[in-house]
Write a protein that binds this ligand. Structure first.
Ligand SMILES: CC(C)(COP(=O)(O)OP(=O)(O)OC[C@H]1O[C@@H](n2cnc3c(N)ncnc32)[C@H](O)[C@@H]1OP(=O)(O)O)[C@@H](O)C(=O)NCCC(=O)NCCS
Length: 213
């Protein structure tokens, strides 16, 4: 990591005690209530991987990921479900990186990259494909760069990806302001294992172990 405080910043498992700081970061980077406390809590369950970058008690950044079967992960797509299904049918278990954000004022110091690199190392042991849904605003900039450096490539674009959800939840996109959000999502993927999938459509037993404990 390039930041001078590198030695102080640690990557650790996302826990209940980080909830409110995580919400503040997500609110300021993606718009108020883009994720509610209830939404964020869902990343504390066994089929999720949440990582935080912390300095003492201060959360400097986070990434929130879901792990699951094709069917489970499909439900997380706001658009492009059929595209996703046909493209990832043989690549379960699937990890879906849904959110990545750094505390405002702390961007560009290597925190985002550290979160992604650490997440990738863990996910590579548990998933056969790792997908990231990237806000177009970031795809050409830091996030795209970070993902490419970890072997993840852009494979698809979904236009107006958050449009319906922004209307339903009435969140304010930092780019579009008032709903509907008109931003596109770029889908990045890293394929870990191209072997034919197991016959039964299930996640291997190890997936049920808590992945960071
Ligand atoms: C996107 C975000 C998570 C990246 O985290 P970060 O800590 O700022 O990024 P890093 O410092 O780790 O930078 C990673 C790489 O991107 C580069 N980078 C950073 N900002 C950049 C920019 N605006 N344009 C181009 N490259 C940039 C860095 O130079 C670095 O490259 P290097 O490793 O080759 O030196 C953070 O900036 C953020 O929270 N942004 C707002 C929310 C957001 O857009 N989230 C992503 C939604 S998909």
């Amino acid at each position: 990591m390039k930041m001078s405080t590198k030695s102080k910043v640690q990557i650790s498992k996302f826990r209940e005690e980080h909830l409110f700081q995580a919400k503040d970061i997500l609110d300021s980077q993606f718009g108020y209530d883009y994720l509610t406390i209830c939404d964020i809590k869902k990343y504390l369950d066994i089929n999720s991987l949440g990582l935080v970058a912390i300095d003492g008690d201060t959360v400097l950044g986070l990434t929130l990921i879901k792990l699951g079967t094709l069917r489970e992960i499909k439900n997380h797509f706001l658009k492009g479900k059929n595209w996703f299904k046909s493209r990832f049918i043989d690549l379960e278990p699937i990890a879906l990186r849904k959110h990545l954000a750094v505390l405002p004022g702390m961007e560009g110091k290597g925190i985002g990259k550290e979160l992604v690199v650490n997440g990738m190392k863990i996910l590579e042991k548990h998933a056969r494909s790792i997908i990231s849904i990237v806000w177009e605003e970031s795809a050409g900039k830091s996030v795209g760069k970070i993902l490419r450096s970890c072997g993840s490539m852009p494979i698809h674009t979904l236009e107006n990806y958050w449009s319906m959800e922004s209307i339903e939840k009435q969140y304010l996109c930092p780019n579009c302001k008032k709903p509907p959000c008109r931003c596109s999502a770029t889908i990045y993927a890293k394929i870990i294992d191209k072997k034919p999938k197991r016959k039964e459509n299930t996640i291997p037993p190890h997936h049920n172990d808590s992945i960071l404990q």
